[in-house]
Design a protein around this ligand. Structure first.
Ligand code: 0A1
Ligand code: ZN
Length: 857
């Protein structure tokens, strides 16, 4: 257990470290239940320190001995670390501790996964390995010796020496302890090579368990592409002779950017056509890029403290989005990013867990690896780039790398490089980092025709008003600078004003477009140029017009989405029939051969249940998850009937005959064909899906067919066959668990989940498996929010079981309850009872207690 009284850590309390570290020598004598770690650390007083107290972080360590400059010392120990008298001059600290990797189910620090030793040190895991100033502004050069009979012994940096039963590593780049890594096991590697632009030869490896070596080729190519891209786009070159990636089955997050030794959740690196979907391939490519890009944005330049997390995460997410846009389709990537932003970040920003992109306080930092820090953090970089322009953006980045290489920085440092390059005052922009909440922009328009007979004398005026609702602990919000990209379309469908960036800086501001011959239709917030909610009264005809004519692909998609959402609202609130405008307009898009199939597939997507719940709530209604599901179901059926001819044509026309490739072109074709298959499955009882299932030679096709069969209630045999075929493959079986829940009838979802938690392959020890089952239930609102409260109780039962083993994953999963206040009184009572049940649990972890406490309010 961590400290008895959880402390709130505040940004305003930051003080520089009392001592700095120049060098660290670590020796690990690996043993599953009793690993010995000896450390030799060169400390020196920090001239910037405000007080001189020698204090080291440490958790769950058995101290065997400690020495300062060779003399034994007896430090004062606490749950959180130790303090000791120390010289006011440079000195050497030596300590030996014992730790228990096998008993470490929290997966932070040094732990074991299937017989392999592995570390996870971000954010504060290093203190579970040895006593150390475990804070990112203490950067040091590490030398590591690993003693073990295991065949593969890895750490950061370059190998120094390898002998019988040991290996020694040296990382020349000073780094904070959170980037330390060690891996030891019976592993095999998929090798590769990369020559940097200056001619440095770099050895690349992906290390996996024997049997997985056939699933590394795609990851290796993604790594090489990322290395090349960072050189070309940002001028950033790799800085060691070796880059290792390791796949591990038990991992709390997606992957980790440890210097020269990235550790990946195996679901985020292993890929093969037979076992991975197109979406998996795209995600793997993006995560490999993300971790690689951290080498400069995160590792070479790191964060001064954890409040600055968005400094590395927002920027790195932005960079990996640029990479995917370049590798694949930029509009498709943007649409996908906005779908996730709205689903995860808007949900967070409009509920009890709302916090600024740079939070001001936390109890447990692990609870702040959030959509707000990552995804909204990336949106902030995108806005900055829009405001200063591309050229200034890249000049500012050059200055950032030049000025801050080797440093631990803050958001102030980041904004200063933009101010210095552009001369622009970014004080107002900084509010985006400091104030939580999603701004709303209301739009009003007016049209003044030109004098009679005068061609092109008309003026169109847009008035934009911004306001941000209060968020917990922040009642008052100030106007922000919001870049709003706008273009205008004339009545005949031609663009009459190209995209221009309106800078909204006031609470209310008007922008005039002159020289127009007729009243245009505005296309506002093109490319989703700011993470805001845009409110504009519009009718179905105008939405359909933009869906047909907008030159901005994002807004074209957005028009279709709005049309669908408004039609669904009318179905739910007024009992209306499916909207003909929507059905006609979407059919035209589906038929439009000039459009990218991937775009058409996205346009055929419907708002999620979560989108609808938020939209209903914003419009003053109490969302009913079952009613939302039924409306979506009815619209899908109406659409399937209305489009049956075109669906069959699309399905046939987009079958991919060439050998499988996970690229944008093929995956776009498959996604359109599978969107058509889903429509046809509502009409043919799953006949086509069964044929596709039987013929499938890749996971994308197999899973799409299986999903369709389960939805059509015709999947029992295929579900069993799928399990029999893939029972040896953990990652595929995760999919098998999830799809049965996500595609169940809502009234059966809790029962199906409960049954699957009894399955012999279900385990609490593996976060992927836990998320595949319980996470699927929480991702299915109509099932999770069953009016009986059975979904809430089942989730809570399992959270209570997981918490003593793995607080981090438990705490993250609690966000399933974050929207509770938008539901009816009965559901609120049921959820509150479960939140109270969690809080009443003796010994509840700090992670979970903080999350539940914030959610409950
Ligand atoms: N820095 C990693 C993500 C990560 C964060 C925390 C972790 O444990 C608490 C593990 C990984 C990234 O952004 O990829
Ligand atoms: Zn990251």
């Amino acid at each position: 257990m961590k400290d008895a009284v959880p402390q709130t850590i505040r940004l305003s309390d930051y003080t520089p470290p009392a001592y700095l570290v120049d060098e660290v020598h670590l020796t690990f004598r690996l043993n599953p239940s009793a690993t010995r770690v000896t450390s030799r650390i060169a400390f020196r007083p920090n001239p910037e320190a405000r007080e001189r107290r020698f204090k080291l972080d440490g958790e769950g360590l058995k101290l065997i001995r400690a020495m300062i400059d060779g003399e034994p010392v007896t430090p004062a120990l606490s749950d959180a670390g130790l303090t000791c008298d120390a010289p006011d001059a440079p000195f050497t600290w030596e300590a030996e501790v014992e730790i228990d990797p096998e008993g470490n189910t929290a997966l932070e620090g040094l732990y074991m996964s299937n017989g392999m030793y592995c570390t996870q040190c971000e954010a504060e895991g290093f203190r579970k390995i040895t006593y150390y100033p475990d804070r990112p502004d203490v950067m040091a050069v590490f030398t590591v010796r690993i003693e073990s009979d295991l065949p593969v012994l890895l750490s950061n940096g370059n190998p120094v020496e390898r002998g019988e039963g040991f290996a020694e590593w040296h990382d020349p780049w000073p780094k904070p302890a959170y980037l330390f890594a060690l891996v030891a096991g019976d592993l095999v590697n998929h090798p590769g090579r990369f020559t940097t632009k200056s001619g440095r030869e770099v050895d690349l490896n992906i290390w996996v368990r024997p049997g997985d070596e056939g699933k590394c080729a795609f990851g290796m190519e993604a790594l090489r592409a990322s290395m090349r891209w960072d050189e070309e786009k940002y001028g950033r070159e790799y800085d060691l002779d070796l880059f290792n990636i390791v796949a591990v089955d038990d991992f709390n997050m997606g992957a980790m950017e440890n210097k020269g030794l990235n550790v990946f959740n195996s679901s985020c690196v292993l890929a093969s056509p037979e076992t991975s979907t197109d979406a998996n391939f795209e995600r793997i490519e993006a995560i490999i890029a993300h971790e690689y890009f951290h080498n400069w944005t995160g590792n070479r330049i790191t964060c001064r403290d954890w409040f600055q997390l968005c400094l590395k995460e927002g920027l790195t997410v932005f960079r990996d989005s640029q990479f995917t846009a370049d590798m694949r389709s930029a509009p498709v990537k943007r649409i996908g990013d906005v779908i996730t932003l709205r689903a995860r970040q808007f949900r967070e920003d409009n509920g009890p867990l709302a916090h600024p992109v740079r939070p001001e306080s936390f109890v447990e930092i692990n609870n702040f690896y959030t959509a707000t820090v990552y995804e909204k953090g990336a949106e902030l970089i995108g806005m900055l780039k829009t405001l200063v322009g591309d050229d200034a953006y890249y000049r500012a980045l050059d200055l950032y790398f030049e000025r801050h290489d080797g440093q631990a920085c803050t958001i102030e440092d980041w904004l200063a490089v933009f101010e210095d390059v552009t001369g622009r005052d970014l004080a107002q922009f900084k509010r985006w980092y400091e104030e939580a909440g999603t701004p709303r922009i209301d739009v009003e328009e007016s049209w003044t025709p030109g004098a009679p007979g005068a061609q092109g004398g008309g003026t169109y005026t847009l008035t934009l008003r911004q306001h941000t609702p209060p968020t917990p602990g922040q009642e008052v919000k100030n106007p922000r600078v919001i870049p709003v990209k706008v273009g205008l379309i004339g009545p005949n469908g031609d663009e009459v004003a190209e995209t221009r960036v309106l800078e909204l800086t006031e609470a209310e501001q008007s922008f005039a477009f002159e020289g127009l011959t007729a009243k245009p239709v505005p296309s506002i917030l093109r490319e989703f140029s700011a993470p805001v909610i845009l409110n504009r009264d519009s009718d179905a005809a105008e939405r359909a017009f933009l869906l047909a004519h907008d030159t901005d692909p994002f807004n074209r998609w957005e028009a279709g989405r709005a049309l669908a959402r408004e039609g669904l609202m009318a179905m739910i609130v007024e009992g209306a029939a499916p909207d003909r405008h929507y059905l006609d307009a979407i059919e035209r898009v589906a038929r439009d051969e000039t459009l990218d199939p991937a775009f058409r597939a996205l346009a055929l997507g419907l708002p999620s249940e979560e989108d609808m719940a938020q939209a209903l709530f914003d419009a003053g209604h109490t969302p009913d998850p079952q009613a939302i599901w039924e409306a979506l179901d009815a619209l899908k059926s109406a659409r399937a009937h209305a489009m049956q001819d075109i669906a069959a044509t699309l399905y046939d026309a987009h079958q991919v005959r060439a050998p499988y490739r996970p690229d944008a072109e093929q995956s776009g074709a498959r996604s359109l064909a599978n969107a058509a298959l889903a429509m046809l499955g509502r009409l043919d009882g799953g006949a086509r899906a069964q044929a596709q299932y039987d013929a499938a030679d890749n996971m994308t096709q197999q899973l799409a067919a299986l999903t369709c069969l389960v939805r059509a209630n015709a999947g029992d045999a295929a579900v069993q066959a799928f399990y029999d075929q893939w029972r040896h493959d953990r990652l595929v079986i995760d999919k098998w668990f999830g799809l049965q829940i996500l595609n169940a009838e809502p009234a059966r979802a809790v029962e199906v989940t409960r049954r699957l938690t009894q399955h012999p392959d279900f385990t609490l020890k593996n976060p992927n498996r836990f998320r595949a089952v319980l996470g699927a239930l929480t991702a299915f609102p109509a099932g999770f929010h069953d009016p009986s409260g059975a979904g809430y109780a089942l989730l809570t039962d399992w959270l209570l079981k997981l918490d003593p083993l793995n607080p981090q994953t438990t705490a993250r999963m609690c966000s399933a309850f974050e929207t509770w206040r938008r539901y009816d009184a009965d559901r609120q009572t049921l959820i509150k009872a479960q939140l109270d049940r969690l809080l009443a649990q003796p010994g509840l972890s700090r992670d979970t207690a903080e999350m539940v406490g914030r959610i409950r309010g």
